[in-house]
Design a protein around this ligand. Structure first.
Ligand code: ATP
Ligand code: MG
Length: 598
């Protein structure tokens, strides 16, 4: 049964309605009222026929009992029917309105929750999971969950209640006709169950392919340059068409199931109606009508059957919406319950000076099992000094930074700030003391100013005076509206060098104790680099600074340079020390020097 319907996810979803319990209750009440009013319509029609038109005296007890409460003229009675109709419409309006309000509120709540969980994930989660997949969870999956409330659950509830009422009314009016009317029910339930099972399988596939489509489109928009440079449009289009075709295939399957199911229900409905007309007609015509069947009753049963099968048909449809929502919710809740992926903020220290050495002792680390990056790695990064890290690509330079930031947890060993293990710090406090400028800095789709004050809430005047102080105002002024210039999505309106400058200013304004440049000035012209260097010198006075660089001219003046290869420190010393060693560093230096004069 759990395969048929995922009750666990369903319960979790329903819990979200708790917060809006009043509206939830209100919608249920309106749906009950709506069902009662619409189920009573055939009863009123019967009375209209039997009491005012046909003057039949062969109605039964149930109708007899309520008959006396109605007015004497048909016109007045029609007025009553009209009022019932009016109330029915009002209830329907309230039901639709409030159930959608509820759905939208729940969509908002779940979305807030899921985004706050995503913000807490470790960086490694994002290494493993494509962006488009996570994006689908936050967007279309959550919409599907919302439909549980706007179109699924409450409508199914209303329909079930209505069916129950109709059957009750039918039995109260004429139990024999009622039995004939529902004689097909077992078949109906059986075919509905089969239909649901088939639909669920297809729905899961559909959601899977929606997610795949999102991943594919997102990745290709990001990598559009590469697609075009390699003239790969046709091949990528072919791949896209394949995914899209699978999506179509499973959608068509649901259409097929649906197009078989609907006529089956209609056949059952038509046959039931035929039976009622035949059986009921016989009863009225037969001289000893001891079952008290009247013409009005026959008409009302025809209406009842119509009303009975319509929600049955739509209920199957709504049940699918419900099921689709539950499938989506199980994916969303699966994402939310990824405890393993959450960043462990085990420490709580928030007051501790970072004006101290940073020390790696016997650190072992690997991103993936069996792929060792550091083995018994030791390094003392001295406070207030500038350490430069050089070495071939993939040697582990950026990894050192990732470990200090606790983006990844080390397998064993310790990293200390002074005498404290970095694990003992509150993670946001730790990171607030560290500023990183990357080679390919990320900017948010906002103004230059807002990107600079991203985390430090400085006033515009402060930002301007700081930029002036370090002599970079000319560069900012070269944009049409200066600091208010919009950098575009991911900073696409700017050159790489310009993005590096803004990313530098972002760190500069938040004034951390440890500043890290990971290939961060590689795209600056020498003039600008000079300006930044000066700013760094001023800024890093009494601060610790780590510079990772391939261009050795950038780091000549560092207090200490280490040459890293395969996660091991091969050489360690000042520029002059390393040159005189005539090892890796001097080789590299001479090569760059020669290239320069070529
Ligand atoms: N997120 C990751 N998941 C798995 N492996 C990774 C990840 N990031 C880096 N690596 C691996 O770790 C090793 C060290 O990478 P790292 O980024 O530290 O190199 P690097 O010295 O900074 O190189 P570069 O000079 O090219 O920036 C590489 O072999 C790389 O393949
Ligand atoms: Mg790197």
């Amino acid at each position: 049964m759990s395969n048929f319907f995922d009750f666990k996810s369903f319960r979790k979803t329903i819990r979200y309605a708790n917060k809006h319990f009043n509206i939830f209750l209100f919608t249920i009440i309106t749906s009950i009222l709506f069902s009662i009013l619409s189920a009573s319509r055939p009863v009123l029609i019967q009375i209209a026929f039997d009491k005012y038109i046909n003057f039949s005296n062969s109605t039964n007890n149930f109708i007899d009992k309520i008959n006396n409460y109605f007015p004497d003229t048909l016109l007045n009675f029609i007025a009553i029917i009209f009022i019932v109709l009016l109330f029915e419409s009002i209830c329907q309006y309230l039901f639709i309105n409030k159930s959608n309000y509820l759905a939208q509120s729940i969509i908002r709540d779940i979305r807030n929750d899921i985004f706050s969980v995503i913000l807490k994930f470790r960086i490694s989660y994002f290494d493993k999971n494509p962006t488009g997949k996570t994006l689908t969870r936050v967007t279309s999956d959550i919409e599907a969950i919302g439909q549980i409330f706007s179109q699924g659950l409450l409508v199914v509830f209303a329909d079930i209640f209505k069916i129950f009422l109709i059957i009750l009314f039918m039995f109260l009016m004429n139990w024999k006709l009622a039995l004939v009317s529902i004689s097909f029910f077992p078949f109906l339930i059986f075919s509905t169950l089969i239909f649901q099972k088939l639909m669920k399988k297809s729905f899961q596939k559909i959601r899977l392919y929606i997610s795949k489509l999102n991943v594919f489109v997102h990745e290709h928009i990001l990598g559009m340059n590469i697609v075009k440079i390699f003239n790969n449009e046709d091949r990528e289009l072919k791949k896209f068409k394949e995914i899209n075709h699978s999506h179509l295939k499973y959608n068509l399957k649901t259409v097929l199931y649906f197009s078989i199911f609907v006529p089956i229900i209609d056949i059952f409905s038509a046959v039931s109606m035929g039976l009622i007309i035949w059986y009921g007609g016989e009863m009225i015509l037969s001289s000893n009508n001891n079952l008290n069947t009247s013409l009005g009753q026959l008409i009302s049963f025809i209406l009842f059957i119509n009303m009975l099968f319509r929600p049955l048909r739509s209920m199957a449809d709504k049940f699918n919406v419900l099921q689709m929502g539950v499938v989506a919710s199980s994916r969303v809740f699966e994402l939310m319950s990824k405890e393993r992926e959450l960043e462990k903020n085990i420490g709580s220290v928030k007051e501790y000076t970072f004006k101290q050495d940073i020390i790696f002792t016997d650190v072992n680390f690997s991103y993936k099992k069996d792929e060792i990056i550091f083995e018994n790695f030791n390094l003392n990064i001295e406070y207030g000094k500038t350490l430069a890290i050089v070495g071939p690509t993939g040697s582990g330079k950026s990894t050192i930074i990732n470990l200090i930031l606790r983006f990844y947890e080390i397998n064993s060993g310790e990293i200390y700030v002074g005498k404290r293990d970095i694990k003992s710090f509150d993670i946001s406090y730790l990171r607030s003391n560290i500023g990183v400028i990357h080679q390919d800095p990320f900017l948010f789709s906002d103004t230059i100013l807002n990107n600079i004050i991203f985390s430090n809430n400085q006033s515009k005047e402060n930002v301007i005076s700081s930029i002036k102080e370090i002599g970079l105002m000319d560069i900012i002024n070269s944009f049409p509206n200066g600091l208010e210039f919009h950098v575009g999505e991911e900073g696409k309106n700017l050159s790489l060098g310009q993005r590096q400058i803004i990313s530098f200013l972002r760190v500069y304004m938040s004034n951390p104790e440890l500043i890290i440049f990971d290939e961060a000035t590689s795209s600056l012209d020498s003039n600008t680099e000079e300006l930044i260097k000066k700013a760094i010198n001023k800024f890093s006075y009494s601060k610790t600074c780590i510079i990772i660089a391939h261009r050795l001219s950038t780091i000549k003046n560092a207090n200490r340079i280490i040459f890293l290869k395969n996660g091991k420190i091969m050489e360690d010393g000042t520029h002059e020390d390393l040159l005189s060693k005539k090892g890796y560093y001097s080789d590299l230096y001479n090569k760059q020097w020669m290239d320069y004069f070529k």
